[in-house]
Design a protein around this ligand. Sequence first.
Ligand code: PEP
Length: 276
Amino acid sequence: DVDRIVPVTETYKLANRKFHPDPTTVKAGPASIGPDNMTIMAGPCAVETEDQLMLIAKAVKASGATILRGGAYKPRTSPYSFQGLEEEGLRYMQEAGKETGLATICEVVSREAIEAAVKYVDMIQIGARNMQNFILLKEAGRSGLPVLLKRGLSATIEEWLNAAEYIIAEGNPNVVLCERGIRTFETSTRNTLDLSAVPVLKERTHLPVIVDPSHATGVYKYVAPLAKAAVACGADGLMIEVHNDPAHALSDGPQSLTFEKFEKLTGELAPYISLA
Ligand code: PEP
């Protein structure tokens, strides 16, 4: 194959573009993710209180987001950090979704979390740390909800697509891939955003691809330039952390945009994207 310098093994089938040439659009409640529009998912890293979430939901909706993100089960590096409100947080997500018309997404970390999530949110997220938790992937595949699958901290694209295959093989074709940075030797950013993954994935899979510049960089100042770069290289959407008071956020404040910064970013992107 003259197009290839590096040979590709492609052990995945259901996620493989070769066998499914048309791009997939994934529906999540009132929102959709696919090639026809740029989907913006935004919200706090962690759901903290009912009022905080409602305030953020209204602000991100006003700036063009169609999906509200918010963590109720937080896989934190330190066991002493805020671990999330669990089912109570999911309830607040549901209320904020109903009030604003936004679709909702929440990370799940266990079968119990999936069982709770199906009662309250429109889409579930498998985080980077669980990308190769194959039992959880199978459970997510059986949940009936669309799944956002983040790239593992040190996962190759082939491993990531095989993780997606686990979900689809359970009868759930509604999988969206999210590039969120990988571990490299560089320490100036929390992770290194691998934007080359976007065109590579577009070639190898029919699944929608979104980019999370917040977790990739860990630094709010770098979020806007990388969000724009993600749009430029063909991503179908963005996941961006937004907080009403980043300095006092219970999780990942340094990478969170204020309402003003988020509004500025979506305004700057508007000429280049068609928002849902
Ligand atoms: C998150 O989106 O809240 C999160 C923890 O992301 P990641 O799994 O990419 O670290």
